[in-house]
Ligand binder design. Structure first.
Ligand SMILES: *Cc1c(COP(=O)(O)O)cnc(C)c1O
Length: 228
């Protein structure tokens, strides 16, 4: 078995075990393959091993992989920080955006989503680690932002995304993910998605209701960003 195939099998087992421990259906947790910095050949292999959803952080890199992999029926998720001059290409070339953190970006995505495509699925990224993270809207701003995004015509608000401060402490992991879940519940909207949990903390995220775990390192191996 190849390394990627073996990693997928290990991850599927981790997800299944975590879901069963939490009395959840393992099928309710999606595995989003985070493929930033990885070559198209790695994604092709992961697809051959059964994966369909891929998350990318950098627009140009994602677009060139989309061209290389145009023969495959992949579902593309944008998960990185978004500058407003990038929204058109994102609206045209992705099915999901997990990293919306301000209204202006959501408005542009809605305006620029082509009519012939399904509404763009959005998650609002929320910052649950305070000063430790600069990305994401604050919990205070979330209700107003969520209500405004719900009203936009060409996007569909699906839920929340978070990247809590990394920690190996299971209690701290659980507390951060529980905060995201509680924030989602307190919105009282019909949302079905919690995008949270990465290679090192997917079990804690699944215990708190994650529906997408975003996995890079445990799937494709360590990333090499090259020399600065
Ligand atoms: C890189 C990245 C991941 C994957 O992290 P790993 O620890 O490698 O699993 C998940 N989510 C986002 C937003 C990322 O940028």
């Amino acid at each position: 078995m190849s390394t990627i195939a073996a990693n997928i099998s290990t991850l599927e087992q981790r997800i299944r075990t975590a879901a069963l421990v939490a009395h959840r259906d393992p099928a309710s947790v999606g595995l989003l393959a985070v493929s930033k910095t990885k070559p198209a050949s790695d994604l092709r292999e992961a697809h051959a091993d059964g994966l369909r959803d891929f998350g990318e952080n950098y627009l140009q890199e994602a677009l060139s992989k989309q061209v290389e992999l145009a023969d495959l029926p992949l579902c593309w998720h944008f998960i990185g920080p978004i500058q407003s001059n990038k929204t058109r290409a994102i609206a045209e070339n992705f099915s999901w955006v997990h990293s919306v953190d301000r209204l202006k970006i959501a408005q542009r995505l809605s305006e620029q989503r082509p009519e012939g495509l399904e509404p763009l699925n959005l998650c609002i990224q929320v910052n649950v680690s305070g000063e430790a993270s600069k990305s994401g809207c604050t919990p205070q701003d979330l209700p107003q932002l969520a209500a405004a995004v719900m009203a936009l015509p060409r996007v569909k608000l699906r839920g929340l995304m978070a990247i809590p401060e990394p920690t190996e402490d299971p209690a701290a992991q659980a507390a951060a993910f529980a905060t995201v879940r509680t924030l989602q519940e307190s919105l009282n909207l019909e949302l079905d998605t919690l995008s949270m949990g990465m290679s090192h903390d997917l079990e804690a995220a699944i215990a708190q209701g994650a529906t997408w775990v975003r996995i890079g390192t445990a799937l494709f191996g360590a990333r090499d960003y090259g020399q600065p």
